[in-house]
Design a protein around this ligand. Structure first.
Ligand code: SF4
Ligand code: SF4
Length: 464
């Protein structure tokens, strides 16, 4: 039988050198940062679950209705015609991520990312409650699963169904989701399949894929080297204090550093790395190694902070600079983006009106001698209720009339309608082949606008 080829060194903290899975079974270190993260995590879990249920003015706080191409954020609906606002918003979010990462490093990954929050504060504690601590888990990995480990799977599946469907509510809304849950899967097989898929994906993620989501699937860690600079906040090991490391035993040299090579920081790491090897892409800055090492330092009577929140510059020179040009640049761009966004949104009415010329000939001469221009009118109702839009010609001279088969035009909330109208005018109102009119549109509630119209007609002999 051919031998399994071995890599020279481990290429990923979750793979053994023969390519098999290396299960990371961290020992939870319940120090100062863990307690703060625990509070943050459960506040966030409540927020993540509650957000799709929240309402402002009858609208969801968040609803990303992809099929309808409508995004509702904090009671404000962005329609497919709002590409500019969405682009600005997305660009602002990206620059915001750049700024926060430049200052606070991977604070999001360690403290607020749903993957970390659910894994480290729900699924992992529950798993250790069922299976036992790190030692017993490693033993099970060697010997094979027992009944307790098997019990974990149905529980994880039920949790995945709950949290997976809560996640789905961000995209389909709680009303539709509630209807799906309450009715038979046979009534809506596609929706049922969607709910099942999300549940299974979440189950696989938290049961099998786990930290690999951060290591191989999430692009954020890979951008880390670009987003961080020498002064960004990182979780770092101080080699000037810790090295040369050496076991705590009789005859330990006086020149030894503070690191007693106890491996507690390694054994507590949820991504399975050794922070003493320096800043690594796999480090999600979860602070578990800070807590683990602080406990060790307290025990051996050394000051805490051998592993701490620091920066590369501080570790190398002892100094850290907070204000840097890139922070000013990111902040200036952010202020610009959100300034334009807030101004544009606040000056936007409850409807969008587009007036287009009719298709075909620029005008037609009617049997009555009047010149007829066709216009097409598209109205997007951005409000939360149905609206009736009445349109009329403003200050039209005698003989000019508008014929509209649908006036008022009724538009549902968040929807749009297209209608056509004809404006008939005597030849005399045209000057050099043009007549400039104004179309007044109002909904009788809070929307009123005047749109200039350029109507075309014949050019008389003397005007050429
Ligand atoms: S926990 Fe602290 S003392 Fe122990 S190996 Fe890690 S850095 Fe060294
Ligand atoms: S090295 Fe420390 S901070 Fe980084 S992921 Fe591991 S335990 Fe968390």
């Amino acid at each position: 039988m051919s031998e399994i080829p071995q890599a020279e060194e481990r290429v990923l903290s979750t793979l053994n050198t023969d390519g098999s899975r290396r299960w990371v079974r961290p020992r939870v270190s319940k120090g100062k940062f863990y307690r703060r993260r625990l509070f943050t995590a459960w506040s966030l879990i409540l927020l993540f679950v509650g957000l799709p249920f929240g309402r402002i003015n009858g609208k969801p706080l968040i609803l990303l209705d992809v099929p309808a191409r409508q995004f509702t954020l904090f009671g404000r609906t962005f329609l497919p015609t709002d590409t500019f606002f969405l682009m600005l918003l997305l660009f602002g979010i990206f620059v915001g991520i750049f700024l926060i990462t430049a200052v606070f490093g991977r604070l999001w990954c360690g403290w607020a990312c749903p993957q970390t929050v659910y894994m480290e504060f729900l699924f992992r504690p529950l798993e250790q409650f069922i299976e036992g601590g790190r030692k017993r888990q490693l033993e099970l990995d060697r010997k094979g699963a027992d009944a307790r480990r098997m019990l974990k799977y149905p529980i994880f599946f039920l949790l995945s169904a709950f949290f997976g469907n809560t996640f789905l509510a961000y995209f389909v809304g709680t009303d539709r989701l509630g209807h799906w849950i309450a009715s038979s899967p046979l009534e809506h097989p596609a929706a049922f399949l969607l709910m099942l898929t999300v549940t299974v994906l979440m189950f696989i993620d938290f049961t099998y894929f786990r930290e690999q989501t951060c290591l191989v699937a999430c692009p954020y860690g890979r951008f880390q080297s670009v987003l961080l600079d020498r002064n960004s906040l990182i979780v770092g090991y101080d080699p000037s204090r810790g090295e040369p490391r050496g076991k705590l035993r009789k005859g330990r040299s006086e020149d030894s550093g503070d690191c007693i090579d106890c491996l507690k920081c390694v054994n507590t790491c949820p991504t399975g790395i050794d922070i003493r090897e320096g800043l690594q892409m796999e480090c999600i800055h979860c602070t578990q190694c800070i807590d683990a090492c602080a406990e060790v330092m307290a025990k051996i009577g050394r000051p805490t902070g051998l592993i701490r929140y620091t920066s590369k510059a501080e570790l190398e020179t002892g100094k850290r600079r907070f204000l840097r040009p890139r922070l000013f640049l990111y902040s200036a761009i952010l202020i610009g983006i959100f300034g334009v966004l807030s101004f544009s949104l606040s000056s936007k009415g409850s409807a969008d009106v587009t007036v287009l010329r009719g298709l075909g000939a620029p005008y037609t001469r009617l049997a009555s001698g009047l010149i007829s221009n066709q216009i097409r009118l598209k109205i997007v109702n951005r409000s939360t209720g149905e609206r009736s839009y009445i349109f009329s010609l403003k200050d039209a001279p005698s003989g000019v009339e508008m014929i509209a088969p649908e006036n008022p035009l009724i538009v549902p909330p968040g929807g749009d309608r297209l209608t056509a109208a004809f404006i008939n005018a005597p030849v005399g109102v045209f000057s050099k082949g043009e007549y400039h009119a104004a179309l007044h549109i109002e909904d009788g509630v809070d929307y009123s606008i005047e749109v200039p119209l350029r109507l075309l007609g014949p050019v008389t002999q003397g005007e050429k």
